[in-house]
Design a protein around this ligand. Structure first.
Ligand SMILES: O=C(O)CCC(=O)C(=O)O
Length: 283
């Protein structure tokens, strides 16, 4: 099992809690924090995203990679009504990531992964981002997730290794099964993949990316756009999130392409990938 830590209700952590989290994270490159975020807030975001997803799927719009294999990238709703500091500027989470980064942390991203019913397992990969060791990824599934509805698979202890597809097949992988309100903290270099979702409902997961306030990665990353109303309402949002006030785009780019391109070549690649995966019996 991926190691889990229950966040205490008080905001105070003991030294031993912090010490244990740091040492597990350094060893495994992934861990789960339970009891971190109010489930009512996550349920509200989930309902909105399910609604938008249905709308999108019924429009039968081809967006490029991810739709056919069942793993699509999207953006969570950015309108004021759906922005919560408990999710985007969670003080407890920042205390923990600041400890892991050994420097005050800031969030650079707000995105989502949707694992559609009857999806195909992805191949293991490690995220190919610049400055991989500057970053911590935080994934927040909306609702309980497990092998029955497509929880992400990780291979702990791989975050310091160079990714190797053949080795990945021989290593033990673990599903990050979590209860609603939990977050998974992981290094982008930790080997992982989106798994098969045998359920009838999409599994939706929010993602944040934390880095050190004084890092080059922070300096080089463009800010996230929120409405002025949101920035005014959460006076300390800028302390925790690399953000600017500009009207957020409500209509466009909620669903964005991931692996492949949006043309004929993209659709061909996806179909080939899907059937190759099914024939290799990797569901
Ligand atoms: O949705 C997931 O569980 C993980 C997806 C993923 O790793 C990816 O799309 O690169």
């Amino acid at each position: 099992m991926i190691k889990k830590f229950k966040v205490p209700d008080t905001q105070e952590f003991s030294d031993s809690f912090i010490f244990e989290i740091s040492s597990v994270f350094n060893t495994d490159g992934v861990l789960i924090l339970e009891n971190l975020i109010d489930c009512k807030i996550l349920n509200k975001i989930k309902l909105k995203m399910e609604f938008d997803l249905n709308d999108f799927l019924s429009g039968k719009k081809w967006i490029g990679g991810g739709l056919i294999i069942g793993h699509i990238n999207s953006r969570p709703p950015m309108g004021d009504y759906y922005i919560y500091k408990e999710v985007l500027a969670n003080e407890i989470l920042h205390k923990i990531t600041s400890t892991l980064l050994k420097s005050k942390s800031i969030n650079l991203d707000y995105s989502a992964n949707i694992n559609l019913p009857n999806s195909t397992r992805q191949s293991f990969h490690s995220d190919d981002v610049e400055n991989i060791f500057d970053l911590l990824m935080i994934s927040i599934p909306l609702g309980d997730v497990n092998i029955e509805n497509g929880s992400t698979e990780f291979i702990p202890k791989t975050h310091k290794l160079k990714f190797n597809k053949n080795h990945a097949k021989t290593f033990l992988s673990l599903h990050a099964d979590t209860l609603n309100g939990s977050a998974i903290i992981w290094r982008p270099s930790t080997w992982h993949r989106g798994s098969y979702n045998p359920s009838k409902s999409p599994r939706i997961m929010l993602n944040l990316k934390h880095t050190a306030l004084n890092s080059n990665t922070h300096k080089k990353t463009p800010p996230l756009n929120f409405s002025e109303k949101t920035i005014d309402r959460y006076k300390n949002l800028k302390e925790y999130v690399n953000c600017a006030s500009k009207e957020p785009i409500e209509e466009d780019s909620v669903f964005s392409k991931n692996y492949f391109n949006t043309g004929l070549l993209g659709i061909t690649k996806e179909i080939v990938y899907k059937y190759k995966t099914i024939f290799n019996d990797r569901k």
